[in-house]
Design a protein around this ligand. Structure first.
Ligand SMILES: [Zn+2]
Length: 510
């Protein structure tokens, strides 16, 4: 997510940072994801070696080794996610009626259970009425309880795999976000003017429009087939595989090539135009926009050059396509392969907004390719991404909008710890505040200063490969940095994340 200007801190930070150059307007970024995964077989802790070989799920009965996760209750938001459920592949066949504002369709989900079960629960927003549930080819009874669908599976064994098809319809309702951000207060399926639709759903909210286990620790493959009416066009992550137009109705199929956490899916309906251009090494870049005069379209169209810059620092882009989806909503989100961003600029000028567009692209490495397993490690997404955004600003000779690192170290970091909590122990009602962005970026800057940029950049670039397309956490990050940089790095990181007082910078290391 981009950095959201939060009520309390924004004001205090600006006051505290008198003399800070441009630091004004509102923006931010943030995001986070799942836990450990295995190499397609047993065990269950995050593998730090090469990823299991991938299997294209489309049209096969693949076992989805890369989508295998070992979810646990999230320590921050345990009310979301189903801890015994490991979803592997979603086929979402959805139909949106913009006049009646009704979403209907069937979600066909391949999943694994990690314990013996008599029933299996999925999250799905309570306004959605479930009309039919088919499990492994047989219609089974199901019941509703709040935002849950309970599928009466009968006895099924731990580690067994199944396929459920849930047919449902209704008008999705948003859910309150546990945050104090100015850009997003409610998460999930947003319905705008003329039945236009878009989604922002971090840390949860995907369940408002499809049945899922809505936690970062469970990544899965996705295919979607969206039917739009009245001249609208449906948009989803990944690449278009087919389009069928019948009068004013359009059905478009999408395929996402690597597993994604639920908060990284996106959906939109509107009078969308689609352009495909070539990025670095012939990467397809998709632009989806309804308003050709959207100010952010000018920046989004520079995606190929932003990716070329990021690849020099972080290595090859990790997915089969990239792009930008522009929506009427007021935020920005690193939805996988297709960031979702406001049509409006995030800062007063085009130039100042550029960092936020670069930000969501950097997340494709930090957050999407490697995803936190628990929301307590939201900083792993935002700090690493923010640090790279600041490197971009440095390269582009743009001022850092929150002041220099020296100013952050002297004043702002402590203020964030006091008001929002340390970056690795943020207040639960204050999701995605500045601390998980800036304090962690300062931590990385301190490591860079202590070990030197050359060594630090090699370490940073190697991090996603430690759990490629999977999940990880702070313990693994600290251990990895100790190994890559030197023995003091890990303990310095661990202390920084929960210290009540801003730790001193790390001294020069050999
Ligand atoms: Zn972000």
């Amino acid at each position: 997510m981009r950095r959201g200007l939060t009520a309390v801190v924004a004001a205090t930070a600006i006051v505290a940072l008198t003399g800070c150059q441009s630091g004004t307007a509102a923006t931010g970024s943030s995001s986070d994801a799942p836990s450990s995964r295995t190499s397609g077989t047993a065990s269950g802790s995050g593998s730090a070696s090469s990823p299991p070989s991938d299997t294209t799920p489309e049209g096969t009965t693949a076992s989805y080794p890369l989508a295998r996760s070992d979810p646990k209750p999230d320590s921050y938001y345990p009310q979301h996610g189903v801890p015994y459920l490991d979803t592997l592949h979603y086929q979402l066949d959805l139909d949106w009626q913009p006049t009646s504002k009704r979403l209907s369709g069937t979600a066909t989900i391949d999943f694994r259970v990690t314990t013996d079960r008599q029933s299996v629960r999925f999250e799905l927003g309570s306004p959605m009425r479930v009309s039919k549930v088919v499990l492994d080819g047989k219609t089974v009874p199901a019941s509703r309880s709040g935002n849950s669908v309970i599928v009466n599976s009968g006895a099924i064994k731990a580690n067994s795999k199944h396929e459920v098809a849930i047919t449902y319809a209704g008008r999705p309702a948003l859910i309150q976000e546990p945050a104090e951000r100015s850009d997003v207060q409610k998460d999930g399926f947003h319905i705008g003017k003329n039945g236009q639709v878009w989604a922002f759903q971090e840390p949860f909210g995907a369940f408002t429009w499809y049945p899922t286990s809505d936690q970062p620790a469970d990544k899965a493959y996705y295919d979607a087939r969206l039917t739009a009416h009245d001249g609208q066009q449906g948009v989803f992550n990944g690449q278009v595989t087919s389009t069928t137009v019948t009068g004013k109705d359009t059905t478009t199929a999408f395929h996402l090539d690597k597993p994604a956490a639920s908060y990284l899916t996106t959906i939109a309906f509107g009078k969308y135009k689609h352009e495909v251009v070539q990025g670095p090494h012939n990467l397809p870049i998709n632009y989806w926009y309804a308003n050709p005069n959207a100010p952010t379209l000018k920046l989004a169209r520079k995606t190929p050059q932003y990716l070329a810059w990021i690849e020099k620092l972080l290595g090859p882009y990790p997915f089969a396509s990239a792009g930008y989806l522009l929506v009427p909503g007021n935020s920005g989100m690193e939805t996988q392969t297709l960031p979702t961003f406001s049509e409006a600029l995030s800062k007063p000028t085009l130039a100042e907004s550029e960092g936020d567009i670069v930000h969501e692209l950097v997340h494709q490495w930090f957050g999407d390719e490697i995803t936190p397993s628990d929301w307590k490690d939201m900083w792993l997404n935002e700090s690493l991404t923010m640090y790279v955004e600041f490197r971009y600003m440095e390269a582009a000779k743009m001022p850092m909008d929150w002041g220099t690192y020296a100013e952050m170290q002297a004043v702002l970091d402590q203020r964030m710890r006091d008001t929002q909590g340390p970056p690795g122990a943020y207040r639960k009602g204050d999701f995605g505040d500045l601390n998980v962005y800036l304090s962690g970026a300062l931590l990385l800057h301190n490591l860079e200063t202590a070990y030197g940029r050359t060594k630090f950049d090699v370490a940073l670039r190697g991090w996603p490969a430690t759990a490629k397309y999977g999940n990880s956490d702070r313990t693994k990050f600290a251990a990895y940095m100790s190994k890559s940089l030197g023995p003091k790095a890990g303990p310095y990181i661990t202390n920084w994340l929960t210290a009540q007082k801003t730790p001193a910078p790390l001294s020069k290391q050999p």
